[in-house]
Design a protein around this ligand. Structure first.
Ligand code: SAH
Ligand code: SF4
Length: 381
């Protein structure tokens, strides 16, 4: 529970925590459901707007509690409909949230930490280092803000946000309790009512926490694989030295088999030119994932300055995809969305407080990217 000036921020409370809170006020537990609907369905942050609560209760709530989302620093809408918010959290850092519409789906990509301690070699968030864990209110607050931008939740259908992926900044399993609480609110009908299949946590592979996750929740899981052997993965994802591939995949298999119902692991694989995009890598990957219940999502590298990596050519991407496909895998190539507002994977660099400096930096990024990389006509299988 996050608090400021002694007030409890109700935004980040799960239903169970909200009921405990109303108990502590000497009020009836059913108030929890009423208040959650006001907050999450209608985007309300003012107790006076909660017309089904008596005046005395509203006054009591004003003294004890608040509903406070992260501060919006900027919001942009891309020409392809992608939306991006930069929000400032309590620690003073900024993080980013991205909304990606596609067909009938609307996927919100949510951050779990400001910065990240894990330092994957191709990730701009990792290059910033770790700054702070987000509170549950700051994590669900990103969904709250995005949802409000589409108006309140009218009915179960036609919701703008149909899917949430914990694929923004940070390693969600290293901020376990807050991420789990926020995901519970995402799935709760009193919150955002998103199905467990459509809430996905992406991890670089914190094996023990994957087991722990399986004990408390049943969201979908994505593993950032990026390399088909330990030697290469040690270089790209340093955490691999602690939790190497074989034990990590065993852990993921356990997680997915617990879910049952034909659910599979999503494998994310960022394609880096001449590093992990060769036919031999595809062959190793096919051997590694033989009989593993998974679908594979290839992410062409999104460049940033001085990364030292390049995006493979369209042909190389297609070749890699075809090899996996021929071995019977379900493989998609993640289309690059929202590039004009720097909203693509690995371009989330929200920490810089000064927007002017940030824009200058991004002009430089664009130029470098344009010089270094041939344009990619994205494709899907
Ligand atoms: N920390 C978590 C989730 C956030 S990153 C994780 O690593 O899984 C979401 C995905 O984008 C991860 O698979 C990550 O490895 C990938 N990614 C990071 N930087 C990227 C870049 N510059 N280009 C393409 N994908 C990148
Ligand atoms: Fe952290 Fe994920 Fe980036 Fe690795 S890829 S540094 S785990 S945010």
């Amino acid at each position: 529970m996050s608090e400021s000036a002694g007030k409890i921020n109700l935004l980040g409370l799960t239903q169970a925590e909200m009921e405990t809170f109303f108990d502590s006020l000497g009020e009836k537990r059913f108030r929890a459901g009423q208040v959650m609907k006001w907050i999450h369905h209608f985007g309300v942050d003012d107790f006076d707007a909660m017309t089904n609560l008596g005046k005395a209760l509203r006054e009591k709530l004003r003294v004890a509690a608040e509903i406070r989302g992260p501060e919006i620093v900027s919001q942009d809408i891309s020409s392809d409909g992608t939306r991006k918010w930069v929000v400032r959290v309590n620690s003073g850092s900024c993080v980013e949230t991205v909304y990606i519409p596609q067909g009938g789906r609307g996927t919100l990509c949510v951050s779990s930490q400001a910065g990240c301690a894990l330092d994957c070699s191709f990730c701009s968030t990792g290059k910033q280092g770790f700054n702070s864990d987000l509170t549950a209110a700051e994590i669900i607050g990103q969904v709250w803000i995005a949802n409000k931008s589409f108006g309140s939740i009218p009915a179960k259908i036609d919701r703008a946000i149909t899917n949430v992926v914990m694929m923004g900044m940070g390693e969600p399993l290293l901020n376990f309790d807050n991420v789990v609480a926020a995901m519970r609110i995402m799935m709760d009908d009193l919150g955002y009512g998103i199905s467990k299949r459509k809430v996905t946590l992406s991890t670089s592979g914190v094996a023990p926490m994957i087991d722990k996750l399986g004990e408390v929740i049943d969201v979908s899981l994505a593993l950032s694989l990026h390399a088909p052997n330990n030697e290469l993965r040690n270089q790209l994802v340093p955490l691999n030295k602690k939790y190497p591939l074989e034990m990590l995949l065993d852990t993921c298999r356990r997680y997915v088999s617990r879910l049952g119902e034909k659910r599979v692991l999503t494998i994310e694989y960022t394609l880096l030119k001449d590093v992990n995009d060769q036919p031999e890598h595809a062959a190793q990957m096919i051997a590694l994932l033989r009989d593993f219940p998974c679908k594979i999502n290839l992410i062409p590298f999104n460049p940033f300055p001085y990364s030292g990596y390049e995006r493979p050519s369209n042909n190389a991407i297609r070749r890699f995809q075809d090899l996996l496909h021929q071995a019977g895998h379900n493989v998609t190539v993640r289309t690059t969305r929202g590039e004009d507002i720097d909203a693509a994977c690995g371009q989330l660099v929200g920490q810089v407080a000064d927007r002017t400096r940030r824009s200058e930096r991004y002009i430089a990024v664009r130029q470098l990217a344009d010089d270094a990389v041939e344009p990619l006509a994205t494709h899907r299988s």
